[in-house]
Design a protein around this ligand. Structure first.
Ligand SMILES: C[S@@+](CC[C@H](N)C(=O)[O-])C[C@H]1O[C@@H](n2cnc3c(N)ncnc32)[C@H](O)[C@@H]1O
Length: 202
């Protein structure tokens, strides 16, 4: 194992588990947040920690544009090679301040997705707070992460997710297990967390 996401980029799309994760995340997004129909055709979406864009590819046909951001230049290179028409792949560190210098592109989103990203961040709660500030009023933040145990270091618990979404000032919060994947002979549950930027937040 390596800690560098660049090392996974070339084989990422060939991994059936990560493809299945993206497909199930999209299906949950579809059921719980909509993402279909004429109203969505004008929406701007940020896929935060997009990797090679497996979720981006599924969302893009339903919306105006997807800005797909990742700190791994090799993941972004794989996505760029796909030449998706309404997708802008961006190699940037939003949590390190990139959005402040690129406000036109990296703010005002109707939907921000983070699929299997938040649980790997050193300060997950701070990340949700920062990302929530990039939403339009009424915009939605949605994340999917492996469900963790209270005692464990892997994944996020329902409580952690709910607390971070609340601390970010989001409203209409929902946290629930939406699917499970069999990996290594074990069924691993995945949580979806969803919140909306209140219209009255400054
Ligand atoms: C498990 S992969 C998930 C990739 C993609 N969302 C998917 O479902 O296929 C985690 C991704 O998060 C990215 N990542 C980690 N920290 C990040 C950060 N601070 N900002 C943006 N992306 C980050 C990694 O580079 C990696 O591509």
């Amino acid at each position: 194992m390596t800690d560098d996401w660049n090392d996974y980029a070339d084989g990422w799309d060939g991994n059936s588990d990560v493809r299945l994760f993206a497909a199930k995340a999209f299906s949950a997004l579809y059921s719980h947040a909509g993402v279909s129909g004429e109203a969505w055709q004008s929406k701007r979406v940020l896929d935060f920690g997009c990797g090679t864009g497996l979720l981006t590819e599924l969302i893009a046909p339903h919306v105006k544009e997807v800005i797909a951001v990742d700190t791994s230049d090799r993941m972004i290179a794989v996505l760029k090679d796909k030449n998706l028409p309404n997708v802008t792949p961006v190699h940037a560190d939003i949590l390190g301040g990139a959005a402040a210098g690129d406000k036109d592109r990296l703010s005002g989103f109707d939907l921000i997705c983070a699929s299997s990203v938040c649980g790997f961040l050193p300060d997950y709660a701070a990340a949700v707070k920062l990302l929530s500030g990039l939403l339009q009023r009424g915009g939605q933040f949605v994340q999917w992460d492996w469900q963790g145990q209270d005692s464990g270091e892997f994944g996020l618990t329902e409580q952690q997710m709910r607390a971070a979404l609340e601390a970010a000032g989001l409203g209409s919060i929902r946290v629930k297990q939406v699917f499970a994947l069999d990996t290594g002979g074990q069924s691993m549950p995945v949580l979806m967390g969803l919140g909306t930027r209140n219209a009255d937040r400054p």
